[in-house]
Design a protein around this ligand. Structure first.
Ligand SMILES: Nc1ncnc2c1ncn2[C@@H]1O[C@H](COP(=O)(O)OP(=O)(O)O)[C@@H](O)[C@H]1O
Ligand SMILES: [Mg+2]
Length: 260
């Protein structure tokens, strides 16, 4: 363990959902890990394994039934403004232009200042949409909409960016370019990122560490360091170390065959 104070500490977190009929469903148990400042951590696991539940707990959207989540040593409920989440679908408001969508979190915080607007424009520039500030989401492709929602997540300068399968709905080529885009944004903004994906190659390509979630109940079955050189390039995928890491995660998840 390094001496650097973690940004997020997930301590023995468990979650049991209780249904109205009294039945209980334990979906997470004993999840325990830290995330360092500026670290990029991917999470992979079978569908239904509790990954979204874990992200909702870390974002404060959902109350865990066991353990605790600390953000720089404070309870997560006191640190909500340090955390932003990006979901699988962009969830942009159709009656607002792109700049106004990016500004939404600042309006909620009553901080829609000229400086905040300038920052929102910078973020749109950063993702290559500087000329689309006055356009509406229906005028954008799916990949562009997801870039706008990443800007919206970053506009309040959160320390932690939680991403729940953000590129899951995109076609393979758009997804590849979004991975490059995300790597660049991460390198320029140096947030801690927790990134859920069902694509093992995507998880490995982006991350400093890959957490593997086993299911029934969900728990961390492996925490794998990825020491591939940065920045990652297209050619990174052809390295032996890359293939070995992907194969290691596939074995852990019991993936027998298939391409993803
Ligand atoms: N609000 C909820 N109430 C009850 N059960 C839920 C709720 N949300 C998720 N679950 C259950 O928790 C399990 C894990 O779901 P989820 O966290 O969405 O997994 P993943 O994101 O890994 O696919 C699933 O069995 C799901 O049915
Ligand atoms: Mg999910």
């Amino acid at each position: 363990m390094s001496a650097i104070e973690p940004v997020i500490s997930v301590r023995d977190v468990g979650m049991t959902y209780s249904a109205r009929d009294g039945s209980r469903n334990t979906v997470l148990r004993g999840c325990d890990f830290d995330i360092a400042p500026g670290e990029f951590v991917s999470i992979v696991g079978q569908s239904g394994g509790g990954k979204t539940t874990l992200l909702k707990i870390i974002s404060g959207l959902l109350q865990n039934t066991e353990g605790e989540v600390l953000v720089r040593g404070r309870d997560v409920t006191e640190a909500l403004r340090d955390i932003a989440m990006v979901f699988q679908s962009p969830t942009l408001l159709p009656w607002r232009n792109n700049l106004a969508n990016v500004m939404l979190p600042m309006e909620f915080r009553k901080r829609a200042t000229p400086e905040a607007r300038a920052h929102a424009r910078e973020l749109l520039d950063l993702v290559g949409l500087g000329d689309k500030a006055k356009n509406y989401s229906y005028e954008l492709s799916g990949g562009m909409q997801q870039r706008v929602s990443i800007c919206r997540a970053l506009v309040s300068h959160p320390e932690i960016l939680l991403m729940d399968e953000p590129f899951g709905a995109l076609d393979a080529m758009t997804r590849d370019s979004m991975n490059f885009e995300l790597q660049r944004i991460w390198q320029e903004t140096r947030r801690s990122v927790l990134f859920v994906t069902h694509s093992i190659p995507e998880a490995v390509w982006l991350a400093d560490r890959v957490l593997v979630v086993g299911d029934r109940p969900g728990r961390i079955i492996a925490d794998i360091r990825v020491d591939l050189p940065r920045p990652r390039a297209k050619e990174t995928r052809y390295l032996d170390e890359f293939a070995e890491l992907v194969a290691q995660v596939e074995r852990l998840l019991g993936v027998e065959a298939g391409i993803s």
